[in-house]
Design a protein around this ligand. Structure first.
Ligand code: SF4
Length: 200
């Protein structure tokens, strides 16, 4: 089996979406090393990540995600140093039609990027997976499960603990709903418990 570093080298040069005519902007964004015990899988990077910082979750959505994870006991510094952070598609999809947020990657783009994510999960082999947002949840639970049925729960899938979170974007109506914020608090309580159980 190929090493993670080899896959990462290939991934950094990936232009599958551009070659298929999709208006994505690289470079592909991800971070982390072999041996990470926790993996975060987001939706896709944004303009800040591909244009300025070149690291995942560096914009306002990332700031909210790190505030959440702080309540589960992890500082941003710890998360960036110890976790593997990636996404369903790894290039910036561009703005959405309203211009108030980012375009969600199409199914075709998700499919083009799927083998990269599969390789990352296989080679990193984390004990804890945190899918962030609907598209990431679909990768692990299939298209029929709704976020409301997943966030706030802890699952065991193929030997891994999986604790889904919603998309942390301020534009996410789901995340802003008070009832759903209670689910987010439950999810973070699960993560705190997992951190303590596994000494993460
Ligand atoms: S989104 Fe994924 S498949 Fe598409 S060009 Fe970027 S790395 Fe390649």
């Amino acid at each position: 089996m190929e090493e993670l570093s080899v896959i990462q080298l290939q991934l950094r040069k990936c232009t599958r979406c551009q070659l298929s005519g999709y208006p994505v902007q690289g470079p592909p964004i991800f971070s982390g090393a072999p041996g990470a015990r926790v993996m975060i899988v987001g939706q896709a990077p944004g303009r800040v990540e591909v244009g300025e910082t070149f690291r995942p979750f560096s914009g306002s959505a990332g700031a909210r995600l790190f505030r959440w994870l702080q309540t589960a006991g992890w500082s941003e510094t710890q998360v960036r140093a110890q976790f593997y952070i990636t996404s369903v598609t790894k290039c910036f999809p561009g703005p959405n039609k309203s211009g108030r947020g980012d375009r969600a990657p199409s199914r075709a783009e998700q499919q083009l990027c799927a083998s990269w994510l599969e390789a990352e999960v296989t080679l990193v082999d984390p004990v804890v997976l945190i899918p962030v947002g609907t598209l990431a949840a679909v990768r692990f639970f299939g298209p029929d499960r709704k976020l409301v049925d997943l966030v706030g729960q802890r699952f065991q899938i193929e030997g891994r603990i999986v604790v889904p979170l919603p998309h942390p974007s301020g534009a996410s109506a789901w995340t802003q709903a008070p009832a759903n914020q209670a689910l987010v608090r439950q999810a973070l309580a699960h993560l705190l418990a997992v951190k303590q159980e596994l000494d993460l």
